[in-house]
Design a protein around this ligand. Structure first.
Ligand code: HEM
Length: 185
C-alpha cells in the first residue's frame, strides 16, 4: 500500500466515532482543521522533503497527488458534516448563515471550488490535456490557502483559537512569499 494512503486513517477514525459524539461542532471542526493542516503540508512537502531528506517525506513527495486528493477528502467531509451537524441539511438556514457571514462563507466556497478543480485534474491525463494550464491551475492552491485563512478567522470556534490561527496563517504567508520568490528567479 502507498504510504500516502495511511493519511486517511484519522479520517476513517473520525467517521467511525462520529455517531458517538454529541457536540455538533466537534466532527466538522476536526475535519476542517485536519484538512487545512494537510493542505499546508502537501503544499510545503517538496521543500520539507528536500530540506529534511527523511525517507518517508521523500516517498510522500513522490506520491504528492495522492496526498492532495486525501487532503480534499478531509475538506469534503468538513463540508458534509457542516451541512449535516450544524444545518441539518436545511438550505434556508444555511443561506441565512451565508448571508450573515458572507465574507467568511464566500471565501470558503471559492477555496472549495479551487480544491475541487485541482482534485478532478490530479491525474496524468489532465496534465497532458491542460499542459501549461495544469501548473497554473494547481498554483491556485496558494490563493485557496489565503481564502481558507480568512474563512477560519471568521468561523473558527473549536480548535482555531487565535494562537492556532496565527500559526497556520504564518505558515500560509511563508509559503506564498516563498512561491513569489521562486517565481521571480
Ligand atoms: C475549502 C476548504 C475548507 C477548509 C480547509 C476549512 C477549514 C475550516 C476550519 C479549520 C474551521 C475551524 C474549525 C474550528 O472551529 O476550530 C472551519 C470552520 C467552519 N467552516 Fe470551513 N473550511 C473549508 C471550507 C468550508 C466550506 C466550503 C464551508 C461551507 C460553505 C465551511 C463552513 C464552515 C463552518 C460553518 C465552520 C464553523 C463550524 C466549525 O468549526 O466546524 N467551510 N473550517
Amino acid at each position: 500500500m502507498k504510504e500516502a494512503h495511511y493519511l486517511l486513517l484519522p479520517l476513517i477514525l473520525l467517521l467511525l466515532i462520529s455517531p458517538f459524539i454529541s457536540d455538533p461542532l466537534l466532527i466538522p471542526a476536526s475535519f476542517g482543521i485536519l484538512g487545512w493542516a494537510m493542505l499546508l503540508f502537501v503544499t510545503a512537502l517538496p521543500r520539507i522533503a528536500q530540506w529534511s531528506r527523511a525517507s518517508i517525506l521523500i516517498k510522500l513527495s513522490a506520491q504528492r497527488m495522492w496526498v492532495g486528493i486525501h487532503s480534499f477528502l478531509y475538506v469534503l467531509f468538513h463540508l458534509i458534516f457542516v451541512l449535516n451537524n450544524i444545518f441539518s441539511w436545511n438550505i434556508d438556514a444555511f443561506l441565512t448563515a451565508v448571508s450573515n457571514n458572507l465574507a467568511y462563507y464566500s471565501t470558503a466556497t471559492l477555496a472549495f471550488l479551487i480544491l475541487l478543480l485541482m482534485t478532478i485534474t490530479s491525474n496524468r491525463f489532465s496534465m497532458l490535456l491542460l499542459k501549461k494550464w495544469w501548473k497554473r491551475l494547481h498554483n491556485l492552491v496558494y490563493l485557496a490557502l489565503l481564502l481558507i485563512a480568512i474563512h477560519v478567522f471568521g468561523l473558527g470556534l473549536v480548535y482555531a483559537n487565535i494562537l492556532v490561527w496565527l500559526l497556520f496563517a504564518i505558515a500560509t504567508l511563508y509559503l506564498i512569499l516563498n512561491k513569489i520568490k521562486r517565481m521571480k528567479r
